[in-house]
Design a protein around this ligand. Structure first.
Ligand SMILES: Cc1cc2nc3c(=O)[nH]c(=O)nc-3n(C[C@H](O)[C@H](O)[C@H](O)COP(=O)(O)OP(=O)(O)OC[C@H]3O[C@@H](n4cnc5c(N)ncnc54)[C@H](O)[C@@H]3O)c2cc1C
Length: 317
């Protein structure tokens, strides 16, 4: 079995951006991608310069096409397992990783980048999941402009939601904030009230749609309704970090989840193991994921250059 310079698990904005930097540095790269990017339910992607209001899947298809210029292979599939292994042909002490795909295929790599994204865990409200990425969204910057001056409901599921309601008030005067039983600090309540945001303390029982599946509004515990053109929520962001954990990357409790720690170059606590994009944090931005992947790709190349220098000196004796 040959050894790739880098295997990248996850071919979303972060993974493909890293592959681009590495491919342009003449590194041999394998990207394995499960094909389920976080924003797949959204028809259009916004706030991405040069690509505003285009399909997120088209962006990734264009990225894959660009990579064909370089020594980068992109394979569809899931990586089921990873391990650090001893390899006879490696520099003593240099890391070597083995990845196993769900097909059983195995690959070796000098460096491993995990760019597997995250899962948005939605509040358990009937009808909400069906609307995810269409009538129900999370990010005012991604989807706010499209519903400017429309009827907006913001459902509290995290402390950040009151701020989300204030961001939406920037775009529409018709905003209702559903507290879902959360006790708001007086200053937060006063701020919402002062800007004309309706505070709804009755619980939301369901999100309802018309026969064509288009969002119509929210229904409350007593049966009364608020009509809405968009519902904003703050899902719990759960990183797809199984592979990083299996390799014992260090993590820390942050925002209610254990978050694998990386430095500014995407390095984890395990030598040769890197992470980029949403698996390292929940920011909802394709440009940020690209930047994270791109910087990490460059850092991995620099790391490999250092190893190549050591190998060259050793070879000279
Ligand atoms: C509904 C919604 C709308 C959004 N709209 C916007 C928007 O308009 N503008 C914007 O800038 N941002 C938007 N975002 C945020 C954007 O989706 C993320 O910031 C971005 O997708 C993160 O990129 P990533 O590469 O880190 O992860 P992802 O794009 O999630 O890519 C991760 C990839 O890794 C793969 N993968 C996971 N595990 C494995 C495995 N074991 N083996 C192989 N492959 C694996 C997945 O299948 C996936 O293809 C939106 C998010 C949501 C939820």
């Amino acid at each position: 079995m040959g050894t790739w310079d880098v295997v990248i698990v996850g071919g979303g904005s972060a993974g493909l951006s890293a592959a681009l930097m590495l491919g342009r540095s003449r590194r041999s790269v394998l990207v394995v991608d499960g094909g389920r990017p976080r924003n797949a339910p959204a028809q259009h992607m916004h706030g991405v310069l040069g690509r505003d209001h285009t399909s997120p899947l088209d962006l990734l298809a264009a990225g894959r096409a660009e990579l064909t210029r370089y020594d980068v292979a992109v394979e569809s599939g899931e990586v089921a397992d990873v391990a650090e292994i001893e390899a006879d042909d490696a520099e003593p002490g240099a890391p070597v990783f083995e990845v196993v795909l769900d097909s059983g295929e195995r690959h070796r790599a000098r460096r491993l980048l995990v760019a597997t994204g995250l899962r948005d865990e939605l509040p358990d409200i009937p009808g909400l999941a069906e609307q995810w990425g269409r009538g129900v969204v999370l990010c005012p910057y991604c989807d706010g402009w499209e519903v400017r001056d429309r009827r907006i409901a913001v459902i509290a599921s995290a402390a950040a939601n009151a701020h989300q309601a204030q961001l939406m008030r920037q775009l529409s005067a018709d905003v209702v904030f559903c507290t879902q039983g959360a006790v708001l600090p007086p200053a937060t309540r006063a701020g919402l009230d002062a800007r004309g945001i309706v505070i709804e303390d009755r619980s939301v029982r369901e999100v309802f749609a018309d026969e064509g599946g288009r969002l119509r509004g929210i229904r409350l515990e007593d049966g009364s309704e608020w009509e809405a053109d968009a519902v904003f929520v703050a899902p719990r962001a759960v990183p797809h970090d199984d592979l990083l954990r299996r390799l014992r990357a260090r993590s820390m409790r942050q925002g209610g989840v254990d978050q694998v720690l990386v430095d500014d170059d995407g390095r984890t606590s395990v030598r040769g193991l890197y992470a980029a994009g949403n698996v390292t944090g929940p920011r909802s931005s394709v440009p940020w994921a690209m930047s994270s992947g791109s910087l990490t790709g460059a850092a991995i190349n620099a790391d490999l250059v250092d190893e190549d220098v050591r190998n060259a000196i050793d070879a000279r004796g």
